[in-house]
Ligand binder design. Structure first.
Ligand code: HEC
Length: 141
């Protein structure tokens, strides 16, 4: 009699304990997933890709960097400064890059006339379009 009662109490306590354990497990798991999600978000910020950097170094950087000769070009875009800009400034630059590359307005006409090999190829335009679209989405989240 005593044994049976004791047994059922133990049994009851166990189910109680299991309930508590699963609540704790759920809590721990959800905190874990939330943290993963938020750290992913902060890690996936604005970034250059190798293929974009390569094109910029060859066809844009001469004007859009601190050693460039035209103040107009430097005021319009300083390539090295974009990663430290605010998200809304980055989104704005992405819009401008989408525009100038799809219209082939950059490098400027004068330069392309003198150096036809500086013109963007179709594939390079695509690289800019894909990257700038991705980055705009990322920083606008
Ligand atoms: C020969 C110098 C030169 C090169 C090379 C050049 N740019 Fe520019 N870029 C300029 C100048 C000058 C301006 C300012 C135009 C203005 O104010 O009308 C400008 C402006 C811009 C702007 C701002 C939008 C605008 O119309 O003002 C973007 C974006 C840009 N350039 C991207 C690029 C990219 C991308 C490349 C390479 C594919 C590139 N540029 C190559 C000279 C250059």
């Amino acid at each position: 009699m005593y044994f049976a009662r004791n047994f059922s109490i133990t049994n009851l306590n166990l189910t109680e304990m299991n309930k508590k354990l699963s609540i704790v497990t759920l809590l721990v798991l959800s905190i874990f997933f939330l943290q993963c999600a938020s750290s992913k978000k902060s890690m996936a910020g604005f970034e250059y890709t190798d293929s974009v950097n390569e094109i910029v170094q060859g066809k844009c950087y001469g004007c859009h960097s601190k050693d460039g000769k035209s103040d107009k070009a430097k005021n319009a875009l300083m390539w090295d400064n974009v990663p430290t800009m605010t998200a809304s400034e980055q989104a704005h630059i992405m819009d401008e890059i989408l525009k100038v590359t799809s219209e082939r307005a950059m490098p400027p006409k004068g330069m392309v006339e003198r150096m036809p090999d500086k013109a963007l190829t179709d594939q390079e335009v695509q690289v800019f379009q894909k990257w700038a679209t991705d980055m705009k989405k990322r920083v606008s989240k």
